[in-house]
Design a binder for this molecule. Structure first.
Ligand code: C5P
Length: 415
């Protein structure tokens, strides 16, 4: 058994977030969002519009944030008696969730009729403004709303969502606010250092499933957690992320484009196509080495004689090695990172595997000990030798790995 990892510091420890609520039924989700932000270590200040107070009370938000809540720009509580300037000065990020159609229209026009709009207008340079719209689908689709959303984005706001689905009014369509968990991820992404800004990262993750017949197949125990955590960390670092995932039941990390595949051959095709337009490929998938030579069209039946089926296998393509041999990689335009799950002699096996696959960087771990767990330890092997990353959560390790990859990229300042 691997030891329990040291507790990671809370994700947003000490980060100062101003959470704004405007009038909409999604205010009930803002309460959960506030709780998630506080749980992640953020210091959350809440500002609400008068309309928001019709849906949820300031007292609820005060109890969840542990801080006084502000509604009026005439509130004399902040030190300099200027709530709009003081609250904005304190914040590292403003998130308005839910952002109503009316509020988005105000922001698009640069109006400052109430405290929250005023805070958005008066925020210091460099403080990101995130808007999470929530409204009826027809309000969302209206050309005026779409024009206002485009204007807000052009003025530098980040518009989060919207999601599609059932609405409180009984209709179905676009206009739902993103889920609190996704909004939390958007906040961590907005506050993270951008070590991969503008780069395109391709990640393979999870197991593959090789069908024997319509109901059976061979697979392995990979949970996909490490690859999904790396996808999230790469997005936070500013990359455009494509995730090719084998059969796993993990939610898609916020901001990541996911393609689901089943077999190694499917994964090979999906990865080779996307690798043409990637700057970095991180191969975390546990690809089955072999697949049945034939897939039976119908379920293979016992015949009662006690005879067992004679299964024949053929080798699957080595996806990582194929990408590493591709012209883009050979020209130095695609940086490839492999993973290795070993059961012994971690360093020697990892170093040999790095050579064999032809990749500049390989991350190795003790295989069976990490499958399905939320923590891990990684040994990074490159041309200079080995570097141990500490035993930590896969989330934390993913962030460290992304920083290590960024540092090693050709042309990186510290490479
Ligand atoms: O050879 P081995 O499976 O130990 O290598 C592990 C590394 O190679 C991982 O990065 C894995 O994603 C990749 N791999 C692959 N295609 C295969 C087998 C492994 O991309 N068929």
């Amino acid at each position: 058994m691997t030891e329990a990892p040291p507790p990671d510091a809370p994700e947003l420890a000490g980060r100062r977030v101003l959470l704004g609520l405007t009038g909409g039924i999604a205010c009930y989700k803002a309460a959960e969002l506030c709780r998630l932000l506080v749980k992640a270590g953020a210091q959350v200040r809440v500002a609400m519009t008068e309309a928001a107070c019709r849906f949820i009370t300031p007292l609820t938000m005060q109890a969840l944030s542990g801080q006084p809540v502000f509604v009026s720009q005439w509130d004399a509580r902040p030190n300099n008696h200027m709530a709009h300037i003081e609250l904005g000065r304190e914040a590292e990020l403003l998130l308005v969730a839910p952002a109503s159609a009316d509020f988005i229209a105000q922001i698009a026009q640069g109006r400052a009729g109430e405290l929250l709009a005023l805070l958005c207008l008066a925020r210091p340079d460099g403080v990101p403004l995130l808007l999470a719209p929530a409204m009826n689908r027809q309000m969302w689709q209206h050309p005026a709303t779409q024009r206002n959303v485009r204007q807000c984005a052009a003025d530098g706001a980040q518009v989060l969502g919207v999601a599609s689905g059932a609405q409180a009014c009984g209709e179905i369509g676009d206009g739902r606010m993103l889920e609190p968990e996704d909004l939390l991820h958007a906040v961590t992404a907005a506050l993270a250092p951008k070590s991969l800004a503008g780069l395109r990262v391709l990640i393979s993750a999870g197991p593959t499933f090789e069908a024997l017949d319509p109901v059976r197949g061979i697979t392995n125990l990979s949970s996909g957690k490490m690859g999904f955590a790396i996808a999230r960390a790469a997005f936070e670092a500013g990359a455009q992320v494509q995730l090719v995932a084998g059969p796993v039941s993990l939610p898609t990390p916020y901001g990541v484009q996911r393609s689901d595949v089943t077999s190694a051959l499917d994964m090979h095709a999906a990865v080779m196509e996307r690798a043409q337009e990637a700057d970095i490929f991180i191969s975390t998938a546990a690809v089955a080495d072999w697949r049945p030579a034939q897939k039976a069209a119908q379920k293979i039946k016992k015949d009662g004689s006690g005879a067992t089926p004679a299964l024949q296998f053929v080798e699957n393509p080595d996806i990582l090695a194929a990408v590493a041999r591709s012209p883009r990689a050979a020209e130095g335009k695609l940086y490839c990172v492999g993973f290795a799950a070993e059961s012994e002699n971690l360093l020697d096996n990892a170093a040999a595997k790095r050579q064999r696959k032809g990749v500049p960087l390989l991350a190795a771990n003790i295989g069976a000990a990490t499958f399905g767990r939320d923590d891990n330890a990684l040994l990074l092997v490159d041309e200079h030798g080995a570097q141990q990353l500490p035993h930590a959560s896969k989330r934390r390790l993913a962030q460290l790995l992304i920083a290590e990859i960024a540092r090693r990229l050709p042309g990186a300042a510290s490479a």
